[in-house]
Design a protein around this ligand. Sequence first.
Ligand code: P71
Length: 464
Amino acid sequence: MVAGGSGEDFRAEPFRIKVVEPIRRTTRPERERLVEEAGYNLFHIPSEAVYIDLLTDSGTSAMSDRQWAGMMLGDEAYAGSRNYYRLRETVREIMGFDHVIPTHQGRGAEHVLFSTLLEPGQYVLNNMHFDTTRAHVQHRRGIAVDLAVPEASDPCSCHPFKGDFDLDRLQTFLAEHPRESVALIMATVTCNTAGGQPVSLGNLKAVKEIASEHGIPFFLDACRFAENAYFIREREPGWAGRPIREVVRAMADCADGCTMSGKKDALVNIGGFLALRDPELFRRASVWAVLFEGFPTYGGLAGRDLEAMARGLEEVLDEEYLEYRVGQVRYLAGLCRAAGIPIIEPPGGHAVYVDAKRFLPHLGRDELPAQALTVELYLEGGVRGVEIGTVLAGRDPATGENVYPELELVRLAIPRRVYTDRHLEWVALTLRRVWERREGIKGLAFSYEPPVLRHFTARFRPLG
Ligand code: P71
């Protein structure tokens, strides 16, 4: 909430706005027409017809003046661009990984890493795989196993580190499977699939120990590493008041390397990298990098993109930025809570997740409540969120049956440095208006269902 009084706890955006991009409020009849044309799938709505776009926090950040200035310093050489060395130096300094391979985005790094380390039939153990990570594991004919603590799937549990590994299950898994059957362990920080929930340092250290006992590589999926570090400093005993850089280094010290989508915590619109400690692994990974991404000093990016990413990695560690960032997510969560709107608690680092099952309890799961709620938020206020529920979960490839996930969610992901708190007040008002008329909301059914990744291209029709 907006703090009053002394101003001690008052927080305003720690930047001023130098460039603006107009956004337009469409009319309700316009939105009704667009939704129908889009087959009730907001992926088909042109962004210009969206007032507040909370579809993703990935690639949607506003770059700083320093990043834009860096864009003019791009060295566009095919090999050995100075911006590559700058990026490598930055990653070395912040994370301590010596070897860096830029990639076009996070999944490019996953592709290179799994091509290097994963043989068909092997397991990859993660707190919770993100979709692209799982898809890349499966693309290599590997088996993706999620081992997060049970609190991760409980929307009401206020566990401070809902992204933690369940260490008992990890130990049991490793006791029951031969060493050679596990290719690597990965920790996704923060854990997107569980709601942007952090992983504690204590947990990362324990996983590292278990991994090295068994001689298994341990990697971070580091997309939101700075947000994770902020939560550690806030919540983990012994870390209060320590510099964010120190926390980040302690996290990285647990791992043999990381995959990174620069589109999140490197504050860029495109880019990523794979970072590695081991020179031999780097040599092997470079071969795949050339094949899929490009020569390992550019990895599918322009020199200017590398420079912007290096500068973003520095900026994201700014403590005032992180306080503002996590605070803004909390601000929206607080407005929802005050209105009685059910959300995942505690809010994570990049998004507020609305619990559609509790929002629309009169809808059965076949009536796709979370998808219906995304459509209503758009119709009401031009706000675009994304369904994370039955539509996204898809069908079991073996049985062809719908997989019903535990949670039906609408994710409202907040782009970094893009919207003001006033914009978020609009989002909260939109949610409240839909909440007030929730009983009249009808479900949806598929009218076209593509065979894979159905959420992107599916079309729906309203029921009733
Ligand atoms: C997000 C995304 C972007 C996205 C990707 C695919 C479908 C829908 C939305 C991307 C992540 C992520 C984690 C933890 C790897 C990636 C891939 N997230 N790990 O949340 O959250 O990175 O998009 O740069 O390839 O909207 P990439």
